[in-house]
Design a protein around this ligand. Sequence first.
Ligand SMILES: Nc1ncnc2c1ncn2[C@@H]1O[C@H](COP(=O)(O)OP(=O)(O)O)[C@@H](O)[C@H]1O
Ligand SMILES: [Mg+2]
Length: 238
Amino acid sequence: MVTTILPLTLSGATAQVHGKRILGPVDLTLGQAGVTMVIGPNGAGKTTLLRLIHGLQRQSGGTQNWAVGVDEARAAQAFIFQNPVLMRRSVRDNIAYAARLTFGRSSTTDDVVDDWIVRVGLTEQARQPASSLSGGERQKMALARALIRAPQMLILDEPTAHLDGRSTREVEAILLDAVARDTRLVMSTHDMGQARRLGSDIVFLHQGQVFETGPATGFFTHPQTPEATAFLNGDILE
Ligand SMILES: Nc1ncnc2c1ncn2[C@@H]1O[C@H](COP(=O)(O)OP(=O)(O)O)[C@@H](O)[C@H]1O
Ligand SMILES: [Mg+2]
């Protein structure tokens, strides 16, 4: 699959709440391939930036340009929240609902649903109510719902923040599989181990601004700003 909606270019992008600027101005380009990890201290603007990209947060200034029209770009993306939204139905119905929106109702769609239930490791839970799932299982269900529609780009806001090590590893394996099938990932995390494991490039945010962006390897070995250096050292940034 070729990512046609990217690159995305933000120029002077800002967001505000009640007249107060909470993000920007941000200048940022997201290229066609890779895994971008958005990192920075609490309140840095990670969630706001991801929501702005997906159109969940209104942009108050600057421009946002996709390689295609914004509606087409948004239709080819999916968003994974820290706490996934569940329908009060079975795990299988939750996944089937997303599949039918894209593929319609057919036996082929049902086969794709069954395939995804296996892929994310929810075979035993498929007939249970989604509300009975653990945090890690909920996130795997959310990933199946998102990935079954074959988005060009998946945006994730701290998807493993509440998960134990094993669930985190399982979620990361699903994400790496998506990357292998050319899904572009943009995700926030406060887990620097995860940023190193998954990231091809880094966006380091602080006080609503992009302080540093570039390849992950260079960022972790040679941060360019005192703020990034302090953050990587585990210092408290204000
Ligand atoms: N709905 C809101 N009302 C007021 N302030 C908000 C709102 N959403 C976010 N903020 C503020 O915007 C800043 C960035 O928040 P956020 O994007 O959630 O940061 P992060 O995800 O990096 O922790 C914070 O200072 C936060 O308090
Ligand atoms: Mg956040």
